[in-house]
Each structure stands twice: as structure tokens, then as C-alpha cells.
Design a protein around this ligand. Structure first.
Ligand code: AP5
Length: 217
């Protein structure tokens, strides 16, 4: 299963990716998580990425495309992968198509998580992320057992810099202008599956697995 998850900021891509990657036995590759891990490690890539992420802008294609190309050379993608947060514009989608064509490993599906702006704002404003392992919680919808503490690793929870209101507004603009066009791109390639991303997390996972299983059977 070679799969892309697409949807606006806060649609639940990271949350669903964990379930789908486990169900299909494939690695979850999140470009946002890779940038955040580099930022935490103080690498050159992390410092560069931060200057764009903190404003809600996309990290330049030249940097992101090379990073994903490298990641897709890792042996763990032999049986497939789930890309979350990449591609994020039509140029990245074209570069990905070329990378996969060279490997003769085309995509199986692109799953769109469809959600309205009101729900996005509520999800993002309540999100708290573990500083240590990156797991997302929500103050109301999936609160940690101990306040401000990760259930998985006991790490400290924090609010992402790019989850502040003014940055979220910019991220939504960037999604509408640059990322949304990839939905038409993949629809024209016959790869797009769209599901409603509201409801319980488990309900959405079941919806996604049913839709994807129909594609690969
Ligand atoms: P990235 O980390 O990819 O952010 P994003 O796409 O904006 O997505 P989010 O992480 O905000 O949300 P999500 O859809 O994963 O939702 P989640 O599951 O956490 O990218 C960050 C930045 O990195 C970009 O702005 C850019 O600068 C840079 N970048 C990344 N990729 C790039 C690329 N390809 N090119 C260039 N730059 C790139 O859920 C959100 C909240 O809702 C959580 O609190 C969760 O608990 C809750 N929740 C989830 N599901 C439900 C549900 N069903 N009901 C109620 N609450 C729910």
C-alpha cells in the first residue's frame, strides 16, 4: 500500500496516520514530524525549516523534495508507505510521481480527509503535542490522563508555535492556495478517495480502512 493522506491543518492526518500505518503495516512518513525532529535536534535543516513553519509558510520545495527522496530510499518502504503532509503543492506532487516512476512503484491511493473550517479551529486550538515523542492530544477530545503529560512516554506537552491563532490563519490560506490544487491533480489521475473526517477517531479510521481496502482488493 503506497498511500498519501491529504487534508487541511488539523484535519486529523497525524491521528489517522498512526492507525492506518499500523493496520496496513507500513511506515508513517510525516514531513512536519521530520522537520520538528530536526528542530528539536538543532540541525541546520531544523533551523531553516523553523523560519518558515513559524510563519505558516511552506519550507522551500528544493529542501523538502530532497528530504522525501532520501526517506523513500530507506529499506523500510519496500512494502509501502503512508505519506502525511507531502506533497503540499502540485510541483511536489509531480516530483513524487517522478521519484516513484523511477522505482516502478506507483501510488495506490490518495485519501482526502474532508472537514470544515470551524472544526479545524477547534481541533488546532485544543491540540497539545508531546515534546518528546510527538504524540498529539486534545484538551477536550483526547485529553491526557495526567494534565500536560504524555500518556505514552510521560514527556511534557506543549502548544506548537504554529498552532497560535495568527499562524493558523496563514496555514489555512497556504492550504487553500497551494495544497488544495493537488486534490484535483490526484482526482484526474484516478487516485483520489475522499472521506468525511468528522466524528470519533475510531469511526473515521474504520471509514478510511473500508475505503482503502476496496481500492487494494
Ligand atoms: P504539519 O505538521 O504537516 O502540519 P499540518 O498539515 O498543518 O497538519 P497538522 O499537524 O496541523 O494537523 P493534522 O491534520 O495532522 O491533525 P492532528 O491529527 O494532529 O506541517 C507543519 C509545517 O511544516 C507546515 O506548515 C510547513 O511549514 C512545514 N511542512 C510540512 N510538510 C511540508 C511540505 N511537504 N512542504 C513544505 N513545508 C512543509 O489533529 C489535530 C487535533 O485534533 C489534535 O489535537 C487531535 O487530537 C484532534 N483530533 C484528531 N482527530 C479528531 C477527531 N476525529 N475528533 C476530535 N478531535 C480530533
Amino acid at each position: 500500500m503506497r498511500l498519501i493522506l491529504v487534508g487541511p491543518p488539523g484535519a486529523g492526518k497525524g491521528t489517522q496516520a498512526v492507525h492506518l500505518a499500523s493496520h496496513f503495516g507500513i511506515p508513517h512518513i510525516s514531513t512536519g514530524d521530520i522537520f520538528r525532529a530536526n528542530l528539536k535536534g538543532g540541525t541546520e535543516l531544523g533551523i531553516l525549516a523553523q523560519s518558515y513553519m513559524d510563519k505558516g509558510d511552506l519550507v522551500p520545495d528544493s529542501v523538502t523534495n530532497e528530504m522525501v527522496k532520501d526517506r523513500l530510499n530507506n529499506p523500510d518502504v519496500a512494502n509501502g508507505f503512508l505519506l502525511d503532509g507531502f506533497p503540499r503543492n502540485v510541483f511536489q506532487a509531480e516530483v513524487l510521481r517522478a521519484i516513484l516512476a523511477e522505482k516502478q512503484t506507483p501510488l495506490d491511493a490518495v485519501l482526502e480527509l474532508a472537514i470544515d473550517d470551524k472544526e479545524i479551529i477547534s481541533r488546532i486550538s485544543g491540540r497539545r503535542t508531546c515534546k518528546n515523542c510527538g504524540t498529539s492530544f486534545h484538551l477536550v477530545n483526547s485529553a491526557p490522563v495526567i494534565s500536560d503529560t504524555c500518556d505514552n512516554c510521560q514527556g511534557e506537552l506543549y502548544q506548537r508555535e504554529d498552532d497560535k491563532e495568527e499562524v493558523v490563519t496563514r496555514r489555512l490560506e497556504v492550504y487553500a492556495e497551494q495544497t488544495k490544487p493537488i486534490i484535483a491533480f490526484y482526482r484526474s489521475e484516478g487516485l483520489l478517495i475522499s472521506i468525511t473526517a468528522t466524528g470519533e477517531v475510531s469511526e473515521i479510521s474504520q471509514r478510511a480502512i473500508a475505503a482503502l481496502s476496496a481500492v487494494i482488493s
